[in-house]
Ligand binder design. Structure first.
Ligand code: PLP
Length: 405
């Protein structure tokens, strides 16, 4: 029989967060090893449970909401997203501008698929959340990475963004708060990015899925609240702020300069129709989640579990010789740097394998986030304090051995 090959469309598609190192970890678990997982932002599996009202809502709606809905989603949860936009100062949003999806991921892929022709370019952060690079490639486009500057709190480098714009650039993706760096961008910087988009007629794709996961009393500004003469696609959902990754509930809001985007919006509607609709109990949970007290506040406040774990991971990592970290202001991650003089890593996937094999700790290597150099890794600070202390202790021991090789 002729071998069955994967599509050539997948040639440049890669998603290392669930890549070969994770496969190795699974195999080790099957062999009876206990692995400490610092590799994925999946809150519920670390005992960070969703708010009970969301769980009860899902249970209640499982039998009653077994039908398809409108392709963009049910009216009431979309209306609750409209209210959310109003709270965040995003003007002019109607129910028609809101698309519900099986997580933000589905909508991100849809938005890029509907937009890109062969070789169209999209500006993406480096480091990035790798879904974007993969989805741009899968859509036939070309991912072009702009630098986020570790020396400046991992803020996007505006000069680098400008330098990378070509006549083929269609859009810029901004992830704020950021995965994997945990950076939170100030309003002035967001306005500078918007100015670039305005000058070059770029769509701004604003990923704000961590907009309530903020530390040190930080405040989040939605990019789309800062201008109405640029087209914005804002992505958000229940996965992170509501610890409901598995319920696959996300949304996308189209706002700003929509008049010139009628054809693109038609494309979005077509793709939304093709996947019929998002899961209905997940849609209904959005409405329940967005109203009332927001329990994430307890977790991120000083003394709250997430805040304590962030501080602990930061303190422990920065005690390791040759390791430096920008302290995250938001999200669930940090992106430590390993001084290349002390740790001359040639292949950071190999580094991650060895750490896993020797110390049973699973991280994701920095190049998995399209970071160009093998000198960073991403750590998820979701395990409880005891497990985090144990894990970072093991990383320190591994690095000590690495230095002495
Ligand atoms: N956007 C960012 C920046 C993420 O970090 C993630 C998941 O880690 C997603 C989107 C995916 O979200 P969802 O679970 O809603 O598909």
């Amino acid at each position: 029989m002729k071998p069955i090959a994967k599509s050539s469309k997948l040639a440049n598609v890669c998603y290392d967060i669930r890549g070969p190192v994770l496969d190795k970890a699974r195999q080790m678990e099957e062999d009876g090893h206990k692995i400490i997982k610092l590799n994925i932002g999946n809150l519920a599996v670390f005992g960070l449970e969703p708010p009970d009202e969301i769980v009860q809502d899902m249970i209640r709606n499982l039998s009653g909401a077994a039908g398809y809905t409108d392709s963009k989603g049910l009216f009431a949860p979309r209306k609750s997203v409209v209210h959310y936009c109003q709270e965040k100062g995003i003007k002019g949003v109607t129910v028609d501008d809101v698309y519900l999806g099986n997580g933000a991921s589905e909508l991100i892929v849809m938005a890029l698929n509907a937009l890109l022709n062969e070789d169209d370019e999209v500006l993406l952060p480096a480091p990035d959340y790798p879904l974007y690079t993969a989805a741009v490639s899968l859509s036939g486009g070309r991912p072009v990475h702009y630098l986020c500057d570790e020396q400046s709190d991992w803020y996007p480098d505006i000069a680098d963004i400008r330098a990378k714009i070509t006549p083929k650039t269609k859009a810029i993706v901004v992830i704020n708060p950021n995965n994997p760096t945990g950076a939170l961008y100030p309003e002035s910087l967001l306005k500078e990015i918007i100015q670039v988009a305005r000058e070059h007629q770029l769509i701004v794709m604003a990923d704000e899925i961590y907009d309530k996961t903020l530390y040190d009393s930080a405040v989040h500004t939605s990019m789309a609240s800062l201008a109405d003469d640029v087209l914005f696609l804002t992505f958000n959902g229940l996965s992170k702020n509501y610890r409901s990754c598995g319920y696959r509930a996300g949304w996308m809001v189209v706002s700003g300069e929509k008049r010139h985007a009628r054809d693109y919006i038609e494309g979005l509607n077509m793709l939304a129709s093709m996947r019929l609709c998002a899961n209905t109990p997940g849609q209904l949970a959005i409405q329940t989640a967005l109203g009332g007290y927001q329990s994430i506040k307890d977790l991120v406040a000083p003394g709250g579990r997430l805040c304590k774990q962030r501080d602990l991971a930061y303190d422990l990592l920065t005690q390791i010789p040759g390791v430096s970290v920008v302290k995250p202001k938001g999200a669930l991650y940090m992106f430590p740097r390993l001084d290349p003089k002390m740790y001359p890593i040639a292949d950071d996937q190999q580094f991650a394998y060895e750490l896993l094999a020797e110390e049973k700790v699973l991280i994701v290597q920095g190049t998995g986030f399209n970071w160009a150099h093998p000198d960073h890794f991403r750590l998820v600070f979701l395990p409880n304090s005891d497990d985090l202390t144990d894990a970072v202790g093991r990383i320190a021991r591994f690095l000590d051995g690495y230095r002495k090789r």
